[in-house]
Design a protein around this ligand. Structure first.
Ligand SMILES: O=C(O)CCC(=O)C(=O)O
Ligand SMILES: [Fe+2]
Length: 352
């Protein structure tokens, strides 16, 4: 029987047993662990108080190119590594609330129901996973349940989505359509900023989408856990819906920077495959999720991704004698296989 990250005696004892091995400090947003602490799991190291800064660009009405997004991705400019949030993005507030509610209802359903969706089979595409099962082998302890399934193309997959809550399929289906439109607009701007032909991404490069909905319950020992460890996403772009609970952090110059939830905003970040296509001009940023002891955090990450057979390679328009391709061509499917084998070092395998 799974017990989805809800506290079991076992976990509580285990956590207490480690006696704050991270030795980390809290600020009002939860526990901040330094990069060094995370590399040396369980090794008490000096405490570094990370100052929380904003690393957030808000794209104002209708994502127009003249506004901050346009500036960030303007042609010819050095394009910095960025996470940004979009507001006024065209996805209705109602739909955003509905998806938050449906995810909350799903994760709060009985374990008996969720048991049917739970799987540890890495080849299974629609499944619920939980960190509970893997205690105590995780370093650090992860404190998250996640429901993952493809949501595009819709037809073959929708039948495997949860049947309950009863509006789950309709709500996620509608949200998928809207998020895809938003992703196309953002990628249109990114393409423009990179100097690519219009519609560069409107094809098999963005035809697939995976939903990963995460539930981070309150954790009695946030200093010993993470919701998600440090990682960078593999795909083209990720569009993330958060509830109002803080937890996402981005690694910038060795510091973890908090990404404040803005009401009804989506967080957008680029993945390694976009890094390859942009020939290194865009970077897939490392991020992680911290836990807190008082509020459940719920997010829905839509990973916009290529079809399995799509070829990922630096765009021809971005390479020449002065800027040779930095990466080899690779089928998206093979790239992902390598990512899941060694996510931190995956790009090294495809260096030209
Ligand atoms: O839940 C979050 O805030 C981030 C999720 C995430 O980074 C991921 O699923 O890759
Ligand atoms: Fe991520």
């Amino acid at each position: 029987m799974i017990r989805c990250s809800g506290l079991s005696e076992h976990i509580l004892l285990l956590l207490k047993g480690f006696n704050r091995a991270f030795g980390s400090k809290r600020n009002k947003f939860g526990t901040i662990l330094s990069a060094k602490e995370l590399h040396g799991y369980y090794t008490p190291v000096s405490i570094v108080e990370w100052v929380r800064q904003k690393l957030v660009f808000v794209i104002r009405p209708r994502l127009e190119a003249a506004l901050p997004c346009g500036a960030v991705f303007a042609p010819g400019l050095h394009i910095p590594t960025r996470f940004f949030q979009v507001i006024n993005h065209g996805v209705s507030e109602n739909l955003m609330n509905e998806i938050r509610n449906v995810m909350k209802e799903f994760f709060e359903m009985s374990d008996d129901y969720k048991q049917n969706l739970y799987s540890e089979d890495p080849t299974k595409k629609c499944k619920l996973i939980t960190s509970d099962q893997r205690y105590p082998n995780q370093k650090p302890y992860l404190w998250r349940d996640a429901l993952r399934h493809p949501c595009r193309p819709l037809e073959p997959w929708q039948q495997f989505w949860p049947e309950k809550p009863t509006n789950y399929r309709e709500c996620v289906g509608n949200c998928t359509i809207e998020v895809k439109k938003l992703a196309s607009r953002i990628l249109g701007l990114i393409g423009e900023g990179l100097g690519l032909q219009a519609g560069y991404f409107d094809n098999e490069l963005t035809e697939s989408m995976l939903l990963s909905a995460s539930y981070y319950p309150p954790c009695p020992e946030p200093s010993l856990t993470l919701g998600l460890p440090k990682h960078a996403d593999p795909n083209i772009v990720t569009i993330l819906l958060q509830n109002d609970v803080y937890g996402l952090q981005v690694l910038k110059d060795g510091n973890w920077i908090g990404v404040d939830p803005l009401p009804n905003a989506f967080v957008v970040n680029c993945g390694y495959e976009l890094q390859i296509i942009s020939n290194g001009r865009l970077k897939s940023v490392q991020h992680r999720v911290i836990t807190n002891s008082s509020n459940a955090r719920i997010t829905a990450a839509f990973f916009v991704a290529p079809l399995e057979g799509a070829i990922i390679e630096p765009a021809k328009a971005l390479t020449n004698q002065i800027h040779p391709p930095l990466f080899k061509s690779v089928k998206s499917k093979d790239f992902l296989t390598q990512y899941y084998a060694s996510s931190d070092t995956v790009l090294q395998y495809f260096k030209a």
